[in-house]
Design a protein around this ligand. Structure first.
Ligand code: NAI
Length: 455
């Protein structure tokens, strides 16, 4: 029987990063993947393809702004066909890149569905394989609602939404979370009449309230209809029925995108043959990401931590460090940034003011509006801010919330600051190049440290 130091199940950003790190650290490693392409949801039907389409959406928006710059674009057209082909090319290239990395790092790729025989043996394609350690990184799949049938025709998931060609004239998106908001941004800029129906009082529940407020008003400016506190009762025959403030409403649409979350993917894994415990569908793990079976770890969307590709990769490294006996005590959850690729982008890391106060921390916030930043004017940014949340007593940075174009790039330095437990006063002394939007971060730290310069 073949035996490996480490078997990784699932070749998404959690699994393949774990495999590379383990192989580079000297572990004899194999990765098992049932899909014909490596890369998991993120590369094939998630982060990457959506961001390719968002790039087209961004440029369509920029065409309108060009007039303000003195550039008149007299005629332009948009081809969904070409945008989709570009998406497929990029996905193809990146998944091939993962294959190359597996080969380069001497990781054996086993194609097929892995199923546990017991706590130490896995079966794939009829062959039994023994392992010293195992990392389960099988990810998640779209969640469904009991009263709405995901038929792949009228009601679709994000997977089908990524290949809609031709585009529908109108779409209702059930769920105003990250997927709902990103697809609304894509579809509305492609000219599709878009409506979001969100169950909770705010979009992206749990997000800093001021960020959510700007998001809602910006989506409305993009002619996206947003209904919050909206309870969807049914979706069939071209109609969506929902209740808002006790009133029943009905809208007619060509398509419905169901985006009400994702649930862990464990079917077919044979977990009943092991001592691994599931809690509300997620695999239960310790703080070292080890399951109830010694030497078997679980990371990424299949466990109950935020469902983010970059977090899954970091969890993979943490799990491998535990296997190797390397200390890895960083608070990866507090310092994990999150991004919504809306227009403008929203990025955040750490705690919101409400979160901090709920934890009993004496917290304060300092907000620097982009309307006081020169580069924001140059770039035509009209709405946005940088908000820093800090501990009033220790002055330690607790969280940062950015609403701005390229917020996804600006947030990384804040992740470093939170991970290194830096204080707002020391952060305020770090020089930022002028003129940049990133100066707004420094300005927010100035404000928090008690010496506001440009405000
Ligand atoms: P989500 O959990 O972010 O949002 C689901 C939304 O649906 C919530 O706002 C919820 O209140 C709402 N909802 C639930 N039931 C509903 C109902 N019956 N009617 C109306 N609304 C209802 O999940 P989402 O957006 O599907 O994304 C799944 C996961 O993928 C998330 O954990 C997210 O973090 C991740 N993701 C991350 C991205 C990024 O990092 N940029 C992009 C896309 C997804």
């Amino acid at each position: 029987m073949k035996k490996y130091d480490l078997i990784v199940i699932g070749a998404g950003p959690g699994g393949y990063v774990s495999a590379i790190y383990a192989a580079q650290s000297g572990l004899k490693t194999a990765i098992i993947e049932k899909n014909h392409r490596l890369g998991g949801t993120c590369l094939n039907i998630g982060c990457i393809p959506t961001k390719v389409l968002i790039e087209s959406a961004k440029y369509l928006k920029k065409i309108k702004f060009m007039k303000e710059l003195g550039i008149e674009v007299k005629e332009f057209s948009f081809s969904i066909e070409k945008a989709m082909k570009r998406k497929d090319r990029i996905v193809n290239k990146l998944t091939k890149g993962v294959e190359f990395l597996m080969e380069k790092n001497n990781i054996e790729v086993i194609k097929g569905e892995a199923s546990f025989i017991d706590n130490a043996i896995i079966k794939v394609q009829g062959e039994e394989i023994e392992f010293e350690n195992c990392i389960i990184a099988t990810g998640s799949k779209p969640a469904e609602l009991p009263h709405i049938t995901l038929d792949g025709e009228f009601v679709i998931s994000s997977t089908e939404a990524l290949s809609l060609n031709p585009l529908p004239e109108s779409i209702a998106i059930i769920g105003g979370g990250v997927i709902g908001v990103e697809f609304a941004t894509i579809f509305s800029s492609f000219g599709v009449k878009t409506t979001i129906l969100e169950l909770m009082p705010q979009l992206i529940p749990g997000m800093d309230r001021d960020s959510a407020d700007i998001l809602k008003s910006e989506l409305k400016k993009q002619k996206i209809k947003v209904f919050t506190d909206a309870k969807v009762k049914g979706a069939k025959n071209g109609k969506v029925l929902f209740e808002q403030n006790g009133e029943e409403n009905e809208i007619e649409v060509d398509k419905v995108l169901l985006a009400v979350g994702r649930k862990p993917y464990t079917s077919g894994l044979g977990l009943h043959n092991t001592d691994i415990v599931l809690e509300k569908g997620h695999i239960r793990v310790s703080e070292n990401l080890e399951t109830d079976v010694k030497g078997v770890y679980a990371i990424g969307d299949v466990i109950d931590t935020p469902k983010l590709a970059h977090l899954a990769s970091r969890e993979g490294i943490k799990a491998v460090n535990h296997i190797l006996g390397i200390e890895d005590k960083d608070d990866i959850y507090l310092s994990c940034p999150a991004v919504v690729y809306s227009s403008p982008e929203i990025a955040y890391v750490g705690l919101s003011l409400e979160d901090a106060r709920q934890r009993g921390i004496e917290a304060e916030e300092a907000v620097f509006p982009l309307s006081a930043n020169g580069k924001a004017y140059i770039e035509g940014i009209k709405n946005g801010f940088v908000k820093v949340v800090y501990n009033k007593n220790s002055e330690k940075l607790l969280g940062v919330h950015i609403v701005s174009p390229n917020a996804s790039e600006l947030i990384s330095e804040c992740a470093v600051a939170i991970s290194k437990k830096m204080r707002v006063e020391e952060l305020s002394r770090v020089i930022h190049p002028h003129p940049t939007v990133s100066e707004s971060l420094m300005e927010a730290f100035h404000l928090a440290a008690g010496y506001p310069i440009h405000i």
